[in-house]
Design a protein around this ligand. Structure first.
Ligand code: GLA
Length: 402
């Protein structure tokens, strides 16, 4: 990209993406596109409630207008073929011989879903699957989107039904047991259950949700991508999770009834903080406890259309992720710092697992141009990287494309 250009990426409408994917299906799989049925699963952005999901806490994500198109056609020979319009790797395996394999790279997600659905007793045979994703990498749940797109496509083509929340849990299990990342349920839940115009308040302890109208009059959600080259962050994620487990264990000595860390109230934490002897673990726990309380405050702010309160909570959340949970890094911090210098920015914070990926900002509509220009300039100056921006409404969840 030439210097001075600002990259705002618009989501293409799903119908035109399906059309383009159909001709790819013929080219890449040598099969008539007339055999294929189209499904779509969105990505997600988390508004607040970070690293609380695997601690049984609250999160407030929304599905976004970027996602994964899946074209699927049945096969009667028990073979599964998976291809992608953006990746070279293609995989062909027998449906009864699927196992995790590093060499299968991204294809482990769809293959894991097929495998786990069969393990659960779904009567599923072979299939040809083509994926076309436009979710920018890092922090917007492209893997959960791939999982849910596969799940609804495969169940649909083989005429099998499954409760949606069960399907969401199964996709999380793929991530945990097949791919090996101990992630929580937020991503799959938001992708599977998203609703247009709404965020989801998910209680990850009991795995239930409530839709919260995303009333942000005169404002838009702007996602900014650090475009930081992806590094291996899975081990750091798993380390944070282990620290939370350690914190829970120490607190249980004084609060024996606590099942999840996020069930510790702010008052309980302040009273018993000294029971957590390791200072790093204490910081992690403090983040989780306060972040969890912020989610409920953010819902109240949304219900009252109190955008300045919502923005304040988002900024507090980012600061806590930076100072206590230590999952931001100079790229995410710079995007947030630059965003907060611009007029009309209500709030801004990192979104997703962290260490790179994206931020989410609430920006007044007439300030968006100024926002992208100034954030772009400031960020490139600090990091040498060129960011990208996506403007999105809250979208619907995974399903068939009519
Ligand atoms: C990743 C995980 C989620 C959640 C976030 C942090 O996106 O997949 O389950 O833990 O990080 O909030």
């Amino acid at each position: 990209m030439g210097s001075g250009q600002i990259s705002v990426v618009k989501p293409l409408d799903i119908a035109s993406r399906v059309k383009a994917a159909r001709s790819k299906f013929e080219q890449m799989l040598g099969r008539s596109a007339g055999d294929a049925v189209a499904y779509h699963a969105p990505g997600r952005v988390n508004l607040i409630g970070e690293h609380t999901d695997y601690n049984g806490g609250y999160v407030l994500p929304a599905a976004i207008e970027y996602g994964t198109v899946a074209l699927v056609a049945k096969r009667d020979d028990g073979v599964v073929r998976v291809v992608s319009t953006s990746r070279e790797l293609r995989v062909e395996v027998r449906v009864d011989g699927i196992k995790p394999d590093k060499a299968n790279d991204w294809a482990n997600y769809p293959l894991g879903v097929v495998h786990m659905l069969r393990e659960r007793g779904a009567e599923i045979g072979g299939a040809d699957l083509l994926f076309d994703g436009n979710i920018p990498g890092g922090g917007l749940s492209s893997s959960a989107s791939l999982e849910l797109a596969t799940a609804v496509a495969i169940l649909g083509i083989w005429d099998e039904e499954m409760d949606r929340v069960e399907l969401v849990k199964l996709c999380q299990k793929v991530e945990n047991e097949f791919v090996g990342i101990n992630s929580g349920i937020m991503d799959q839940y938001a992708v599977g259950m998203g609703k247009e115009g709404h965020a989801l308040l998910i209680d990850c302890g009991v795995i239930k949700h409530k839709y919260v109208p995303l009333r942000i009059p005169g404002h838009k959600i702007v996602i900014s991508n650090t475009n930081k080259p992806r590094e291996l962050v899975d081990s750091k994620y798993n380390e944070r999770q282990a620290q939370c487990q350690a914190g829970l264990k120490m607190l249980k000595a004084v609060l024996p009834d606590i099942e999840y860390l996020a069930h510790v109230s702010v008052e309980q934490f302040e009273e018993h903080a000294s029971s957590i002897t390791d200072p790093t673990v204490r910081k992690r726990v403090k983040h989780v406890v306060y972040e969890n309380a912020r989610v409920l405050d953010a819902v109240k702010a949304l219900e009252n259309s109190d955008l300045s309160e919502l923005g304040r909570l988002m900024i507090e959340s980012h600061n806590s992720l930076r100072d206590l949970y230590e999952v931001t890094g100079k790229e995410l911090d710079s995007l947030v710092d630059e965003a907060l210098k611009v007029d009309g920015v209500v709030g801004s914070r990192m979104t997703g697992g962290g260490f790179g990926g994206c931020t989410v900002s609430l920006v007044r509509e007439d300030c968006i141009e100024e926002f992208t220009r100034r954030v772009s300039e400031g960020y490139t100056k600090t990091t040498g990287l060129v960011p990208e921006f996506y403007i999105t409404e809250a979208a619907g969840g995974a399903g068939k494309v009519d």
